[in-house]
Design a protein around this ligand. Structure first.
Ligand code: SP5
Ligand code: ZN
Length: 350
């Protein structure tokens, strides 16, 4: 039986429009059409529409104040002068209360919406528009519905989440991500009774949000391979091999940064190492970014569809219940085939 695909038409409602990068507005690459390209390629898989879930797991993974912010900030922005003043209907931060500004002092809530915009967003690339909240919240429902299918006995379920999630932290959004679908799936599998979960992140970028959420936890391991942030790549500040967790989570984080241009051979060696890192966990969540592919405009890795299929076989061979969550992947003509290759490999289990 092909792996079921959980999706929601609501996920199309987020239109990134622009990413402000080094001060320049560039076209957003995380577009709604990604959903349709992936769905089209998975035509022979059973489709399941995501069911609405309450905010319980969401608000244990993310701070409720951050969730409320995302839910309300766009309406607040539209009520302000910005659309009339500068023609901007997207929430774009311009000042960030990082430690460089706060210096240990407790900041007071900003009165202006354009001040508040920087409180929970950590970059200028990830804008909030009409429909962003609805799409991000629907992606959470995709992840939770996929976790439900697995809890009910499906060996594997695929959540076609969009926008992606692995850069979203407990308290904030960035990197084209708003809510951390993968972390929410992992927490749901814990709640369903699996004592230990392994998250394996195949996206071309380091999942700093997922790493941060589970940094001090031993019950959810986090392993990632990605283009080396030390070579200058997003998320810049995290994803180095020296980051291995803290407190109870000491040793439960593993990072395998890869050189620009890395292709199937060494990439699959790293996947094999992460499979070893994940072995022994009771359930698996795969952060399936397909932006490590050679044609992808957002990363310099050179992985092929055969490489993704082999990665699927390696992780499927672990033989544990798995939720596969869509992360990045931006080359519209090839993302569907890359996802299909991974899922076919995972289902075959070596
Ligand atoms: C989920 C995911 O794959 N997020 C990727 C976030 C990385 N974005 C970094 C963008 C760096 C500059 N890109 C220039 C092209 C702008 N359209
Ligand atoms: Zn990525």
């Amino acid at each position: 039986m092909p792996i079921p695909v959980v999706w929601s038409p609501e996920t199309r409602r987020h239109e990134p429009m622009r990413e402000v990068w080094v001060g320049v507005p560039t076209d957003g690459t995380e577009v709604p059409e990604r959903v349709d390209r992936i769905l089209d390629t998975l035509a022979d898989h059973e489709r399941v529409i995501a069911e609405a879930h309450d905010d319980d797991v969401l608000c244990r993974v993310h701070a409720p104040a951050f969730v409320d912010h995302l839910r309300t900030i766009h309406a607040e922005w539209m009520a302000g002068p910005y659309d009339d003043l500068v023609g901007q209907d997207r929430v774009v931060p311009y000042v960030f209360p990082t430690p460089a500004m706060t210096q240990g002092m407790p900041p007071t809530r900003a009165a202006a919406t354009h001040g508040r915009a920087g409180q929970f967003g950590y970059d200028t690339m990830t804008l909030v528009g009409p429909g962003t909240w609805e799409a991000a919240r629907a992606a959470v429902d995709c992840a939770l519905t996929a976790a439900d299918l697995v809890a009910a006995g499906a060996p594997t379920a695929y959540a076609l989440c969009r926008p992606p999630g692995h850069h979203a932290t407990r308290d904030g959004y960035g990197g084209s991500c708003y809510l951390n679908n993968t972390a929410i799936a992992a927490q749901a599998l814990r709640d369903a009774g699996h004592p230990t979960i392994a998250v394996v992140d195949l996206d071309a970028h380091h999942g700093n949000g997922t790493q941060a959420i589970f940094w001090e936890r031993a019950d959810v391991r986090y392993g990632s391979l990605h283009v080396d942030p030390g070579a200058g790549w997003f998320p810049h500040f995290f994803g180095h091999a020296t980051e291995t967790g803290a407190g109870e989570g000491r040793g439960a984080t593993r990072n395998l940064p890869l050189a620009e241009g890395t292709a199937d051979g060494p990439w699959l060696e790293a996947v094999r190492e992460l499979a070893g890192f994940a072995a022994g966990a009771d359930a698996l969540v795969v952060s399936l970014g397909v932006d490590a592919a050679a044609d992808d405009p957002e990363s310099p890795l050179r992985v092929t569809a055969d490489g993704y299929a082999a990665a699927g076989r390696l992780l499927g061979s672990l033989g544990v219940p798995a939720v596969v969550v869509q992360e990045g992947g931006y080359h519209l003509d090839t993302i569907g085939g890359l996802v299909a290759a991974y899922l076919d490999g995972h289902e075959q289990r070596g």
